[in-house]
Design a protein around this ligand. Structure first.
Ligand code: DAH
Length: 351
């Protein structure tokens, strides 16, 4: 019978062409040629209907087995060719160096801050924190800074706009605190002295690293936001000698063991007496200077103790504040403060 005889040669030709396809396009061409709607094998299938009742079962069995064989040959050849297409064209060289993933680093300001904190921890200071959005009571009044002080001028401080008629407490804190104090971005970390003393009885031994804000135009040495470290020590019989010894210890740790410091009389409204601190080291000499001003400090003013409810007849203390950027700039010889904020990896990668 001629039909059964036709199946064998077409099936083996189809199987040979599928196996011989060397890429997916050739395989698809072979599939269309035999198994497509107008393909040679499909044509055989179509003839099945025309066979007599007696011939049909046997022919159907043979042709369906052949069809299943061809389809599975197609699938497995396609898998082989897909795998081959996804492999690299060139042989892999396992001796090549691996791809390095660069590891992140702490920002230089974070590194310097952590070092400062570490030095103070050695001598028993705890780290305290306070809000960057502050009210003018904690930033100025409680620090004995009078209403006409230049720091309180809108030219120097970012005041937050008061909301007209606040409808709820949440809104109220947008422009003024609950007692009507104007809100502002803190100009120094000294406000945290007040927040801490309001909350805890003496003795106090804290440092406060944090961000501060001033209405400065950015240039090589100024930026509207920068960072400070505040220090506060309150106990009985605290002296300027304790202050000087502490500052000397920390600056030797930060700037090298041959560092010298000196105090110059100055004025701050929240300390009396007040001083500016200069230091001298190989770093200042490298900058062509004998002494460089680095911090402000003094003995806590009795008025400040009164405001927080500490008895100034019993308690004594000192405070200081300095800029973290300034320390980092001197240590690393950085000549432009703006480099810290640009997030240029070529700069940041050097620390
Ligand atoms: N708050 C001062 C400033 O921002 C720094 C300062 C000076 C802090 C004297 C103090 C201090 O605690 O006693 O420039």
């Amino acid at each position: 019978m001629s039909f059964l005889k036709e199946i064998e040669p077409i099936t083996s030709a189809a199987a040979a062409d599928l196996a011989a396809a060397t890429d997916l396009a050739a395989l698809e061409k072979a599939r269309i040629q035999y198994l497509g709607t107008n393909g040679e094998f499909t044509a055989l299938l179509k003839q099945l209907g025309r066979l007599s009742k007696e011939e049909r079962p046997e022919a159907g069995k043979v042709i369906n087995r052949a069809k299943a064989d061809l389809e599975s040959a197609l699938v497995s050849r396609r898998e082989e060719l897909e795998l081959a297409a996804s492999l690299p064209k060139e042989p892999t060289d396992f001796t090549l160096p691996g791809r390095r993933r660069s590891i992140g680093k702490l920002h230089p300001l974070t590194q310097v801050t952590e070092e400062i904190v570490r030095s103070f921890r050695k001598i028993g200071f705890a780290v305290a924190d306070g809000p960057e959005v502050e009210d003018d009571y904690h930033c100025f009044d409680a620090l004995n800074t009078p209403p006409d002080h230049p720091a309180r001028d809108s030219q120097d401080t970012f005041f937050l706009r008061s909301t007209a008629v606040p409808s709820n407490a949440q809104q109220l804190t947008c422009g003024a605190d609950r007692t009507g104090n104007p809100l502002l971005l803190r100009t120094h970390t000294s406000s945290v002295q007040i927040r801490v003393m309001e909350k805890q009885p003496p003795p106090v031994r804290i440092i406060v690293p944090g961000r501060v804000y001033r209405r400065d135009n950015a240039d090589a040495t100024h930026n509207p936001t920068f960072h400070q470290v505040e220090g506060l020590y309150v106990d009985r019989n605290v002296t300027v000698g304790d202050l000087k010894g502490t500052v000397e210890f920390v600056f030797k740790e930060l700037m090298g063991p041959e560092t010298k410091i000196r105090f110059r009389p100055h004025y701050f409204s929240y300390t009396e007496p007040s001083f500016e601190i200069d230091f001298a080291s190989s770093l200042t000499r490298k900058m062509g200077k004998d002494w460089l001003e680095i911090a402000g400090c003094g003995m806590v003013h009795p008025q400040v103790f009164e405001k927080v409810g500490y008895d100034p007849e019993v308690w004594t203390g000192w405070a200081f504040g300095f800029g973290i950027e300034r320390i980092a700039m001197i240590r690393y010889g950085i000549n432009d403060i703006r480099l810290f904020y640009e997030n240029d990896l070529r700069f940041l990668g050097q620390f």
